[in-house]
Write a new protein. Structure first.
Length: 197
């Protein structure tokens, strides 16, 4: 699995992830692969995906082929985008949308976090979308990352440091997470507009 976090503080948003890929019990770290990146840049958004290793290839292809139909700047835009993506995932990439008979909706099988100058967001397998006010984490390292970020959020003003602490805690305690840590940071819209003025 992975550890993927987003943080919003001090007029900035940050997304960070570990670099380990696993296939069952086999580790496929950065030393053995050229592309260990779990975070994709699309226009002014950084989108991190956890789950099946195939998601990365599929998502790269979708960004290239369907980019003009994808919008990630608000909770409602992301929801509408994810509705479009579900059909593409199912019809073109052969997604198996069945998560069991006891669920209300077909699963898109992808969890992701998004950071851009409008905020930090999460989109989850049943296409629910959330906007976060401070921080969040996904992946197998989630409980460690959330606990670590909660412990330092009020004391630390640097959102990059908070994100690194979250992913480092995951790498320390979750056997599916491993450094190096990839971190991307950008100003929130109001801050970006003030800098440009």
């Amino acid at each position: 699995m992975s550890s993927l976090v987003v943080v919003k503080k001090s007029g900035r948003v940050v997304i960070a992830a570990d670099s380990l890929t696993t296939f069952g019990r086999t580790k496929f770290g950065r030393k053995y692969q050229r592309q260990s990146e779990k975070i994709h840049q699309f226009e002014s958004s950084y989108i991190g995906i956890v789950g099946d290793a195939a998601h990365s290839n599929v998502f790269e292809c979708i960004l290239e082929k369907y980019g003009k139909y994808l919008h990630f700047n608000s909770r409602q835009q992301i929801f509408k985008t994810y509705l479009r993506l579900h059909k593409i995932l199912r019809d073109e990439f052969h997604l198996n949308p069945h998560a069991g008979d006891d669920v209300a909706y077909q699963s898109s099988q992808i969890d992701a976090l998004i950071a851009n100058n409008c905020g930090i967001f999460g989109m989850f397998e049943f296409r629910e979308v959330h906007e976060f006010e401070q921080f969040w984490a996904i992946g197998s390292g989630k409980p460690y990352a959330l606990g670590a970020m909660y412990a330092v959020y009020d004391q630390c003003q640097d959102p990059e440091e908070i994100a690194r602490i979250g992913v480092l805690a995951s790498c320390e305690f979750d056997n599916a997470c491993e450094p190096p840590i990839m971190v991307y940071s950008l100003p929130l819209k109001a801050e970006a507009e003030a800098i440009a003025a």
